[in-house]
Design a protein around this ligand. Structure first.
Ligand SMILES: Nc1ncnc2c1ncn2[C@@H]1O[C@H](COP(=O)(O)OP(=O)(O)OP(=O)(O)O)[C@@H](O)[C@H]1O
Ligand SMILES: [Mg+2]
Length: 362
């Protein structure tokens, strides 16, 4: 139902061609962008309202989910609620003349929403500072208590107090993670990295605690807020959208010249690497005395002139994300007639494009 509703919404919004993918798979694709080796990853996604845990494996760039689990009502909003219930409500009852059940009293119940908003703000501040204040002034609350006193919030909060409140919930996420690992019969030895996704995982104390409890190193390359979007973008780029079956685009490229030379240059056309290897494929008897050179159209880099032989390889550096264009020049050099003019005119110039998805990433 959720999948169908998402596809329907995309259709109504006229977004065009849409494919759905699972968030942890997208996260792993983002991880793989910076990694050279396949692996098994534990994706710990703590969001606003839900906690999702997934085990995913990457094999030759194909990512598959091994298992997943989670907790439905566990996320940043729960942390806000814990602050409201345990700190803000008692503080309000202490400082103002309010009925005990004011959060369900029509006259005062909007206080709860304001308190959650202020608590979330203080919580986010505490992720980078030792102390914060849950605060809203009178002008923003615009409400009086039963003794006609203007209501405001000003509750100091430190990390220790917040950690104590949220700690049991984080421990629950570790338990849920252990459940998934036990179900797949994988010990943490079979897992390479834990990948943190979602707003609350920006909190270092949380990451350190979870990593320590599970005995797993954390991936430090991906941004917990953008990894899923980045992985989805990488996936979208890899699909041939023009075909109804939407296959993955080929990673191999080749430029060949029909005719008397029977020459081809084969290369990786789409890569996560920052360089692409170009291999000459020839029939040596037909190209004797020929030379070639590869030049980057983007950087002006040139390989220098090399003798053309079957299997000769040249690595071209890819200077940017997206299309990197290179040109191959071929000369025939007959030793007797070798003059500077003659050398300047190639008998063949061909152009190839390599699509890079990692050049320039840092
Ligand atoms: N810098 C930050 N530090 C700590 N928490 C943050 C930070 N920024 C956002 N949050 C919290 O992260 C939560 C939102 O996270 P996220 O954007 O990952 O959720 P979501 O993907 O929308 O929700 P879900 O995955 O549950 O559907 C909110 O509770 C917010 O308070
Ligand atoms: Mg989320």
């Amino acid at each position: 139902m959720q999948r169908d509703a998402t596809l329907d919404a995309a259709k109504m919004a006229d977004i065009g061609k849409v494919a759905l993918m699972q968030e942890p798979v997208a996260a792993v694709m983002s991880v793989m962008r910076a990694r050279k080796f396949d692996g098994t990853f534990l994706i710990y996604d703590l969001g606003g309202g839900t906690f999702d845990i997934a085990l995913a494996q990457s094999i030759a760039g194909q990512v598959s989910l091994l298992d997943h689990g989670g907790i439905n009502m566990c996320g940043g909003r729960d942390f806000d609620r814990l602050l409201v219930d345990n700190l803000v409500i008692p503080w309000l009852l202490d400082h103002f003349d309010l009925p005990d059940n004011f959060t369900i009293d029509p006259q005062f119940k909007s206080l709860r929403r304001l308190a959650e908003w202020a608590s979330e703000k203080a919580k986010i501040e505490l992720f980078s500072k030792e102390e914060a204040v849950i605060t809203i002034d009178e002008a923003d609350v615009r409400m009086k208590d039963r003794s006609d006193k203007e209501i405001y919030l000003e509750i100091p909060l430190d990390r220790k107090a917040m950690d104590k409140l949220i700690q049991p919930r984080i421990a629950e996420t570790v338990e849920a993670t252990r459940d998934v690992l036990a179900r797949t019969q994988l010990t943490t030895h079979g897992v390479d990295r834990i990948v943190f996704i979602g707003g609350p995982t920006q909190y270092k104390m949380l990451r350190d605690y979870v990593s320590f409890q599970l005995g797993l190193p954390a991936d430090t390359q991906v941004d917990p807020m953008t990894a899923v979007a980045e992985g989805a973008a990488l996936f979208a780029e890899s699909i041939d959208w023009s075909s109804a079956t939407r296959p993955r685009k080929s990673t191999r490229g080749s430029i060949s010249t029909a005719g008397k030379f029977n020459l081809a240059f084969e290369f990786i056309a789409r890569t996560l690497d920052s360089k692409a290897r170009i291999v000459a494929k020839t029939d040596d008897s037909k190209v004797s005395g020929m030379h070639f050179q590869v030049e980057s159209r983007d950087t002006g880099w040139s390989s220098g002139r090399l003798e053309l032989k079957n299997g000769t390889t040249i690595d071209v550096l890819l200077s940017k994300n997206g299309d990197n264009t290179f040109q191959v020049f071929v000369w025939r050099i007959r030793l007797k007639r070798q003059t500077p003019e003659f050398m300047r005119n190639p008998i063949l110039v061909v152009t190839g494009v390599v699509h890079s998805r990692s050049a320039g990433s840092g």
